[in-house]
Write a new protein. Structure first.
Length: 314
């Protein structure tokens, strides 16, 4: 696998990415775009073997740091799913503009919390995305944050958000918090795992508490209900970090071709290793099936019926 550093702009701020391609050949490539998971960075070792499997199958992979994270420009105190979605759309535009890319063969892969949720959101709003894989996703940000807390802690948290909103309105400055401790509440497994230890020290240590309001309004499950794009969802049974029913809700809501993989007898972070050899070939196969350029597009309609569109692949 070859890796090149690349960059482009999202709303005027430079995005730093990695362009990964097979060892041999110069394309044109089918492309999988990836934005990192919750508090992740593009060069995390966790992602490398997924990218290796995809490039071994002939795909290119474009992974990048969201604005404010890693090597990308932007305010590191501003954690915003809406901005991340805009960054993902800019990545699709960058990939589409490359001369070595098949522009009608672009997919998205997202893994871990908002990483998985963002893949669904991108596929729902951007028709250039022809296939999506969402691994361990958040389906409803409010439910996600609520279930990390007891009821009294949740009510205290909502009161803290109300107070911060008033402070921002009256004085123009809100509270800064640790996103891993005061927005997300880590499980004991998260505190113990070394899965992201190579990048943990380089992500923002403080973000605006106002980010929590946007996360509470975060709704990939609602986006999935509008989604005709082929969607593969991967969950973990009895997941304490991103609840199992979030993956199930996204799968049930999606309207197009879809598949759900549920990993059993493991946990959120352990699953990356335990079932990597079982899930990764299915991820590659999903993109192999649905990321193919269409040489012929056939539109048809019958009286009283709905128009149908069939793409004849190469």
């Amino acid at each position: 696998m070859r890796t090149d550093e690349v960059s482009w702009f999202s709303d005027g701020e430079r995005i730093s990415g990695l362009w990964r391609t097979p060892d041999e050949g110069d394309g044109p490539y089918r492309v999988v775009v990836q934005g990192p998971g919750w508090m992740g960075l593009k060069d995390a070792k966790l992602y490398v073997r997924y990218h290796q499997a995809l490039t071994d199958a002939g795909f290119a992979v474009l992974v990048f740091d969201y604005r404010g994270f890693g090597d990308s420009e932007g305010d590191p105190e501003l954690l915003s799913p809406a901005r991340q979605l805009a960054d993902l759309r800019s990545a699709v535009t960058y990939a589409e503009a490359r001369p070595d890319v098949l522009p009608d063969s672009i997919g998205v892969f997202g893994s871990g919390g908002t990483g998985g949720g963002n893949a669904v959101l991108l596929a729902a709003v951007d028709p250039r995305v022809r296939a999506a894989v969402s691994q361990l996703p958040v389906a409803d940000g409010g439910d996600w944050l609520h279930r990390m807390r007891s009821e009294y802690q949740w009510l205290d948290f909502l009161a803290e958000l109300d107070a911060d909103r008033r402070e921002r309105t009256l004085h123009g400055v809100g509270k800064l918090v640790n996103p891993r401790e005061e927005i997300m509440v880590p499980t004991s497994e998260r505190r113990a795992t070394s899965v992201k230890s190579d990048v943990d020290g380089r992500v923002p240590k403080q973000v605006r508490l106002a980010a929590a309001e946007e996360i509470i309004a975060y709704r990939p499950a609602e986006a999935a209900a509008t989604l005709d794009t082929p969607l593969l969802v991967i969950g973990v049974e009895n997941d304490a970090t991103t609840p199992t029913d979030h993956a199930e809700r996204i799968y049930e809501a999606a309207r197009g071709p879809k598949e759900l993989i549920m990993q059993r007898h493991t946990s959120h972070y352990a699953a990356y290793d335990k079932y990597w050899t079982a899930t990764t070939p299915r991820i590659v196969a999903w993109f192999e099936q649905y990321l193919r350029p269409a040489d012929v597009v056939v539109r048809s309609s019958r009286p009283g019926g709905h128009p149908a569109v069939v793409e004849v692949k190469a």
